[in-house]
Design a protein around this ligand. Structure first.
Ligand SMILES: [Zn+2]
Length: 281
């Protein structure tokens, strides 16, 4: 079997996203508006490759339309546009719920006490060959496509971060792409920014509503009172892994405030993803 034959076989089976569908999807992603035509063409090709390889499944009554599939593929592919789709190689596929879903969560605290609770999630990424799970309602909410939050970018940032096991805010550095990135620089800048951000969220706490929960996907939007002064979703204060995922959302979707408050984090994310969203404007 020659490589040539494999290539043409793959090409025959790779779905083409119809131009009208592609344009309709891109129109819903305002953060792609400034992207160069050549980059958009590459993004479309990567999205077609994603759809050829990965299974996207609608559950709990969600009818998976072509539009939903393309919106997932395009935003997942945006993160790896200048890297490699191999970062998603192990992922089993993507599961889409109609709205936020309830999961049982467990965590052992420092004293060895097991805490169990039910959480409502807009998305979840499982490590290894596990899937990425998304809520369509949260994907397409007024915040979802451009106002600082983006659940697809968030979960796929976790998936990349999980390249060497559990997400911890230190995504794997790739020899082919990240020679300019030094682990100590990353560690120093992200630790400093994460601590500062946590202090800022703590300082806002007296203004939180009584029923406020940082982990609730509908509570902590950066533009909602009382979070207006924050450059990104307050949920970033949860831990280092969430800080990386939320900073990645801000980086792609609403980069100016991130650059203004944490320029080192912006610069390192630009080196990591090999993109400069601010430079597109
Ligand atoms: Zn997360």
């Amino acid at each position: 079997m020659t490589m040539q034959w494999l290539h043409s076989l793959f090409k025959r089976h790779q779905p083409q996203i119809p131009e009208a569908l592609w344009l309709a999807c891109i129109a819903r992603l305002p953060f792609l508006r400034q992207m160069a035509e050549s980059d958009l063409l590459r993004l479309k090709a990567l999205s077609e490759q994603f759809l050829a390889i990965k299974t996207i499944t609608g559950v709990r009554g969600l009818v998976l339309t072509d539009e939903i599939a393309v919106l997932v593929a395009a935003q997942a592919s945006l993160l790896v546009l200048n890297l490699t789709p191999d970062l998603y190689r192990e992922m089993a596929g993507v599961v889409v719920y109609p709205s936020a879903f309830i999961v049982n969560q467990k965590q052992m605290d420092a004293a060895g006490v097991l805490h169990e609770w039910r959480a409502e999630l807009a998305g979840e990424a499982f490590h290894g060959d596990g899937p990425v799970v998304l809520s369509w309602e949260d994907m397409e909410s007024p915040h979802g496509f451009g106002d600082g939050r983006n659940v697809v970018i968030h979960e796929f940032a976790h998936k990349i971060d999980m390249g060497r096991g559990r997400a911890n805010g230190f995504p794997p550095l790739l020899a082919a792409y990240h020679r300019d990135l030094q682990v100590p620089d990353w560690s120093r800048a992200f630790t400093r920014a994460y601590r500062d951000f946590g202090r800022r969220v703590d300082a806002l706490e007296p203004r939180f509503p009584d029923d406020f929960e940082l982990a609730d996907p509908h509570h902590a939007a950066p533009h909602d009172h009382p979070f207006v002064p924050l450059p990104m979703d307050a949920y970033a204060a949860t831990n280092a892994a969430e800080f990386f995922a939320v900073a990645s959302e801000a980086f792609f979707v609403r980069p100016q405030p991130l650059m203004a408050d944490y320029p080192d984090v912006y610069r390192l994310l630009a080196l990591y993803y090999r993109q400069d969203p601010l430079g597109r404007a």
